[in-house]
Design a protein around this ligand. Structure first.
Ligand code: S3P
Length: 175
């Protein structure tokens, strides 16, 4: 079942560094909708940072909190939902977000993603160990089908400004 466009969330998915939070903020402003960032929802609910949660409970603990955050976001009024990079891996997350949202996959070559992610060092536990480019290459491979399966549209953000990507997202949404 799909919900009518006017009541749908705008959902942004993609790997770390794809620009979900910055483009999400710009889209939220243009659409006069709240921005719900799943990492922030998790952190607020847990009273801890993503990194602290990974340290204390591992990735599995973080994913459980993330699933709850996605459910809460999807249940609310139409919003812009900027998803953490791993949200789309979970089939339940994919089902609810695709059903209640218009889902945009923000994509870019891994060296561009690594470059952007390096601007916020220490924030992303999955990039804390090993070579970030190699990790992002592996994740891009592993997650390709999950992103392709949830997304209504894929937009390449490489060499595009936040404003240009925002225009493309809103055009795809029909806003
Ligand atoms: C993750 C992405 C992060 C955050 C966590 C795990 C991932 O969010 O949820 O560090 O698995 O790709 P961003 O994509 O917003 O960096």
């Amino acid at each position: 079942m799909t919900t009518p466009a006017s009541t749908r969330h705008l959902v942004l998915v993609g790997l770390m560094g794809a620009g979900k939070s910055t483009v999400g903020a710009a889209c939220a402003e243009r659409l006069h909708r709240p921005l719900l960032d799943t990492d922030h929802l998790v952190e607020t609910a847990a009273g801890r940072s993503v990194r602290e949660i990974f340290d204390a409970e591992g990735e599995a603990g973080f994913r459980a909190l993330e699933r709850d955050a996605v459910e809460r976001a999807a249940d609310g009024d139409p919003a812009v939902i900027a998803c953490g990079g791993g949200v789309a891996v979970d089939p339940a997350n994919r089902a609810v977000l695709r059903d209640r949202g218009f889902v945009v996959w923000l994509d870019a070559p891994v060296d561009a993603l690594a470059d952007r992610a390096s601007r916020a060092p220490g924030v992303r536990p999955l990039l804390a160990v090993g070579d970030p480019v190699a990790t992002l290459e592996r994740l891009a491979d592993e997650r390709h089908d999950a992103y392709a399966g949830i997304a209504h549209v894929r937009i390449d953000t490489a060499d595009r400004s936040v404003a240009a990507v925002t225009d493309l997202v809103l055009e795809a949404l029909g806003a």
